[in-house]
Design a protein around this ligand. Structure first.
Ligand code: GLN
Length: 464
């Protein structure tokens, strides 16, 4: 009975949410009705009855889509994102919308206007971000799969910090229609799963060309589940040694080195590769992402969506007050940075230069992928940190993304897979990135790893 299962998921979501704050809305009425409908439907569907949690920046008709922001508080989407339509058609059940850093800007969930989600391994720590709520919903055992979004690592990093699988596709693989824009040339919908197979099941359903997103690619969608258990003997895994230096926690280094050794033992060939421009990734990302954000977020003016400031008498005053009261500090910081790097006096020095370096980052990958099938690095330089530890230091926060942003700059796919625990019992993730359209190969490498070297431990807070 799908209905019974879904009721159980909803009960768990409600029960755990008091402590974890991973859902911004739990859609009991919608989900129960859907479940009953599916029970009455005899058709075989690939995700029939599978409960999915969805990040609150992906439009879900009739449900809240707040982007973790006061400015969209209680805003209800008028239509479904293509990914949601496809999930529904495959029989999945959206059970709720998940917490996130405001407009997906952040690496800890602390910039959510509704308080941070908490890490189920230790609730005094962050779950990562920006898709932290979706990561927690999966890590705490409420759902097996969830949608998130990725602009610079927002699925892979929280997956790593919460001990689950997090996946970012090739740019254009999954339609962005209905994903609220942050930085359009970097944005992707990403997928969390308890396992790589969970991710593959969802990806197979939501990937593919969509007429409603001109940047979605017309590339055939393979059967990811059919190749996920393939032998990995002879697969070449590249190690960019220069990225294993400064700023990397000892625990993380040790576990990822062990993972490399484990891959070698499973028959993969380990080769050295170089990504000489990766060190500019953070600088380039925070110029391009903020530039695009400053433009995309101009639409929140108090007229068309959500929140509007009260007691104003003139139009400009209403715009100013709405944006001042509606946006949080991090979003304002990004809009200001982005406006600055695009201003006529600085455009060449910052934005235009960043675009050139972005091309070099991409070229590095293209060269590296002539010598290997995938590149292995840590996903995040540290395990989950304490809530409050980095919230006053934006630069320290931005450095969380050192290993993830370059895949978004290049447009290539990446995946984070758990590879052990730190000495204080927090999960660590390894990251694999691959060439364009190599998601099948990445899922295969990830799945084989997790079946040979599963993370045995469970988070402190876990749904029964
Ligand atoms: N943490 C990065 C940022 O703050 C990435 C965010 C994302 O991928 N949405 O911009």
């Amino acid at each position: 009975m799908i209905k019974t299962n879904i009721e159980k998921v909803l009960d768990n979501a409600e029960k755990l949410n008091e402590e974890l704050n991973s859902f911004l809305s739990i859609e009991r009425e919608h989900a129960s009705a859907r479940a009953a409908e599916l029970d009455a439907n005899a058709a075989e569907l690939p995700l029939k009855g599978v409960a999915v949690a969805v990040k609150d920046n992906i439009c879900t008709k009739g449900m809240q889509t707040s982007c973790g922001s006061r400015i969209l508080h209680n805003y209800k989407a008028q239509y479904n994102a293509t990914a949601i339509d496809r999930l529904n058609a495959a029989g999945a059940v959206v059970v709720g919308k998940t917490n996130m850093d405001e407009f997906a800007m952040g690496s800890s969930n602390e910039s959510s206007a509704f308080g941070p989600a908490k890490n189920p391994w230790d609730t005094s720590r962050v779950p990562g971000g920006s898709s932290g709520g979706s990561a927690v919903a999966v890590a705490s055992g409420v759902v097996r799969a969830a949608l998130g979004s990725e602009t610079g690592g927002s699925v892979r990093q929280p997956a790593s910090l919460c001990g689950i699988v997090g996946f970012k596709p090739t740019y254009g693989r999954i339609s962005r229609y209905g994903l609220v824009a942050f930085a359009s040339s970097l944005d992707n919908i990403g997928i969390f799963g308890k396992t790589a197979k969970d991710v593959a099941g969802v990806l197979g359903v939501i990937a593919g060309r969509d007429e409603l997103d001109s940047t979605s690619a017309d590339v055939p969608v393979p059967d990811y589940l059919a190749t996920i258990d393939n032998d990995i003997i002879g697969k070449k895994i590249g190690v960019p040694r220069a990225l294993y230096g400064e700023g990397l926690d000892e625990d993380v280094r040790e576990k990822v080195e062990q993972a490399i050794e484990n891959y070698r033992q499973m028959g993969a060939e380990i080769v050295d590769v170089e990504l000489p421009h990766a060190k500019y990734g953070i600088a380039v990302y925070y110029i391009i992402a903020t530039a695009e954000a400053s433009s995309n977020l101009a639409r929140y003016d108090g007229v068309r969506y959500g929140f509007r400031a009260e007691n104003t008498t003139a139009l400009r005053e209403m715009y100013f007050k709405t944006r001042e009261e509606g946006f949080g500090a991090e979003v304002k910081r990004r809009i200001m940075l982005g406006t600055y790097v695009l201003s006529s006096g600085y455009y060449d020095a910052y934005y235009s230069k960043a675009q050139k370096v972005r091309a070099l980052v991409k070229q590095d990958y293209q060269k590296a992928f002539t010598a290997c099938d995938a590149i292995i690095t840590p996903t995040s330089p540290s395990v989950a940190f304490k809530i409050g530890e980095k919230s006053d230091d934006p630069l320290a926060m931005y450095l969380n993304d050192v290993y993830t942003v370059s895949a978004n700059l290049a447009g290539i796919p990446g995946i984070s897979v758990p590879c052990g625990l730190s000495s204080d019992g927090m999960p660590i993730g390894l990251q694999l990135t691959g060439n364009f359209w190599s998601e099948g190969a990445l899922l295969n490498l990830a799945s084989v790893y997790e079946s040979q070297f599963p993370l045995e431990a469970k988070p402190q807070i876990f749904a029964e």
